[in-house]
Ligand binder design. Structure first.
Ligand code: FAD
Length: 364
C-alpha cells in the first residue's frame, strides 16, 4: 500500500481523498468508533449534534470554499451569538446593537464617546493584568457586563490574576452587524458535517476502533508511507514529557420543545452558571424537528483520559513541542499533519489548506 493514514479527521480525510484521486492506494486507521475526528456529529432526535463542540465553517479563501462545496452544499447559517448577563440579552460581537442594549445609545458617535471615556485612564500605562487590558480596549461597562465573569469561568481565575496578553484585541464594531465572523464565506454543510466526511472518504478503507500504537510495527510495515495525525508527544512515547491541553465537558439534554433558546449559541456570562454557553444544535441547520437537543459547555482543566481540545501554546509548551519536532525521523516514511501532530489550533479551513499544501508537496 502507498499510504497508511492514522486518524480520520479533516486532515487525514482530505489527504486520503486526494491521494486516492491520484491513483495511490490508501487506508485509514482510526482510534474512535466513528470517522471525521472533531467535526463528527451524533444524530439525536434527527438533529445533527456537534459531539466535540459547535463547529461553524468560515473562510475568506475562495479556493477552500470551492473545495468543500464540491463535496456538499453549505447552508446560509451566520454565527450571531447572544450573551445572557444578569437576565438581559446582548448581541455579540460588541456592536451598535450591544451598545444600544447597554446604554440606550442610537448613534455610533455616542457609543464611541462612552467607550473612550471609560477606557482613557487605562490606556495611559501598560496594562498589568487581563482586567486592565480589557478595560483599556472596551471600557468598564462592557468588561463588567460581558467579559469578566465569563473569562473567570473559562480560566478558573480572577481577571486581575490573569496575564494581559491573553486578550490582544477585542473587536468593537460601530455598525449594527451581529455577524461574528468577518470572512466572506460561512455556513454549515446541508445535512451535517458527516456528509462532508462521507464524500471525502468515499471508496476509502477506514478501520475504526484501531489504535496505531497497539501494533505500530505491523501498521508501519503495511505501507510505504505513514501520515500520522495524532498527538506528536504520543508518537515519541512522551520521551520529553506531555504537552498540555485545555479541555471541555459537554452535557447534552433532549428537551420536549421545538425551540429552547431561539439561537444556536447563547453565552452565559454570570458566575452562578457553571457552564459558559448553551448550544442548540438544530438552529445550525434551521431545523424544524418537534424536539430539540441542547449542549451545556463546561470549561475544565485537562485530566488523563479527557479529549484534547485546545493546545496551550505558552512558552513552556512551545519549547517542548520544538523538542519533539526536532527529533529526526525518516521523511521518506513518516509525515505529520493536523492539529494534534502540529500542536496547533487550526480552524477547519486552515486544516484543509494545510492538508492540501501537503498534497501539493507530496505529489508535485
Ligand atoms: P482531529 O479532528 O482531531 O482528527 C484526528 C484524528 O486522529 C481523531 O479522529 C483521532 O481519534 C485520531 N487519532 C489520534 N491518535 C490516533 C491513534 N493513535 N490511532 C488512530 N487514530 C488516532 N474550526 C472551525 O473552523 N470552526 C469552528 O467553529 C470550530 N470550533 C471548534 C470547537 C472546538 C471545541 C474545537 C476543539 C475545535 C474547533 N474547530 C473549529 C477546529 C476543528 O475542530 C479542527 O480544525 C479540526 O477538527 C482539525 O482536524 P484534524 O484532522 O487535524 O484533527
Amino acid at each position: 500500500m502507498d499510504y497508511l493514514v492514522v486518524g480520520s479527521g479533516l486532515f487525514g480525510s482530505v489527504f486520503a481523498h486526494e491521494a486516492r484521486k491520484r491513483g495511490k492506494t490508501v487506508k485509514i486507521i482510526e482510534k474512535r468508533d466513528h470517522r471525521g475526528g472533531n467535526v463528527y456529529c451524533d444524530n439525536i432526535e434527527n438533529i445533527n449534534v456537534h459531539k466535540y463542540g459547535a463547529h461553524i465553517f468560515h473562510t475568506n479563501d475562495k479556493i477552500i470554499w470551492d473545495y468543500v462545496n464540491q463535496f456538499v452544499e453549505f447552508n446560509r447559517f451566520t454565527n450571531s451569538p447572544i450573551a445572557l448577563s444578569k437576565n438581559k440579552l446582548y448581541n455579540l460581537p460588541f456592536n451598535m446593537n450591544t451598545f444600544n442594549q447597554l446604554w440606550g445609545v442610537v448613534k455610533p458617535e455616542e457609543a464611541k464617546k462612552i467607550i473612550e471615556q471609560q477606557s482613557a485612564a487605562f490606556r495611559e500605562s501598560e496594562p498589568e493584568n487581563l482586567e486592565e487590558q480589557a478595560i483599556s480596549l472596551v471600557g468598564k461597562d462592557i468588561f463588567e457586563c460581558l467579559i469578566k465573569e465569563y473569562t473567570e469561568k473559562q480560566w478558573g481565575r480572577e481577571c486581575k490574576d490573569l496575564p494581559a496578553f491573553i486578550i490582544k484585541r477585542l473587536p468593537v464594531r460601530y455598525t449594527f452587524d451581529n455577524n461574528y465572523f468577518k470572512d466572506k464565506f460561512q455556513g454549515i454543510p446541508v445535512g451535517g458535517y458527516n456528509r462532508l466526511i462521507d464524500a471525502l472518504l468515499e471508496g476509502i478503507d477506514v478501520e475504526l476502533n484501531v489504535d496505531y500504537f497497539s501494533n505500530k510495527e505491523y501498521y508501519d510495515s503495511r505501507a510505504d508511507k505513514v501520515l500520522y495525525t495524532g498527538p506528536i508527544d504520543r508518537f515519541f512515547n512522551y520521551c520529553f514529557g506531555k504537552l498540555d491541553y485545555r479541555s471541555l465537558r459537554f452535557e447534552n439534554e433532549i428537551i420536549d420543545t421545538d425551540n429552547f433558546q431561539g439561537n444556536a449559541v447563547v453565552n452565559y456570562i454570570d458566575k452562578e452558571f457553571d457552564f459558559t454557553r448553551i448550544i442548540e444544535h438544530k438552529h445550525f441547520e434551521f431545523g424544524e424537528q418537534e424536539k430539540t437537543v441542547i449542549t451545556r459547555e463546561y470549561p475544565k482543566e485537562y485530566e488523563e483520559g479527557d479529549e484534547y481540545y485546545y493546545p496551550v501554546n505558552d512558552n513552556k509548551n512551545n519549547r517542548l513541542f520544538s523538542k519533539y519536532k526536532n527529533i529526526p525521523i525518516d521523511p521518506g516514511k513518516y509525515i505529520f499533519g493536523g492539529r494534534l501532530a502540529e500542536y496547533k489550533y487550526y480552524d477547519m479551513h486552515q486544516v484543509i489548506a494545510s492538508a492540501l499544501k501537503l498534497v501539493s508537496d507530496e505529489f508535485s
